[in-house]
Design a protein around this ligand. Structure first.
Ligand code: ZN
Ligand code: ZN
Length: 139
């Protein structure tokens, strides 16, 4: 596959990631966790299927939370600037997701779907052309 690596990191540059793979899923997510973490109506994510191949530099801090569907999510953030940098899933360790705006080139984010529409807020409108799931589709 001829594409540039996906690279990005936190706001201060202490934690960086790069992966040679293309994302398998790109979504906006309106679950309560994404709302609380982002401080607004949704999170925006690129999910990669080969977490072992993502090279991460710098030391991230972690916290865990149960997703709306009960699965544990392990959030990594920069301990210096607090920016979320990646997310892993206890029940699917092969996956790793990064926030769209953490990319060095955030225009590469191409949302395909909206997840957890059921939690959407009336002031957070998402492109109605996107495929929408009431919750998280099973991988
Ligand atoms: Zn940082
Ligand atoms: Zn979410």
């Amino acid at each position: 596959m001829a594409h540039q690596p996906y690279t990005g990191g936190c706001a201060c540059g202490a934690v960086r990631y790069t992966t040679p793979h293309a994302p398998i899923f790109q979504n906006h997510c309106q679950c309560r966790d994404c709302q609380r973490r982002s401080g607004t109506g949704h999170g925006s994510w690129l999910t990669f299927a080969d977490s072992a191949d993502m090279a991460i530099t710098g030391e991230a801090a972690h916290w865990e939370v149960a997703a709306d569907n009960g699965n544990m999510k392990r959030h990594a953030f920069c301990p210096v600037c607090g920016t979320p940098v990646y997310l892993r899933f206890a029940n699917a360790p092969q996956f790793i997701a990064v926030p769209a705006a953490s990319l060095d080139e955030p225009r590469r984010f191409e949302p395909q779907a909206l997840t957890f529409r059921v939690r959407g807020l009336p002031w957070d409108s998402i492109d109605p052309a996107l495929q929408a799931f009431e919750r998280m589709p099973t991988a």
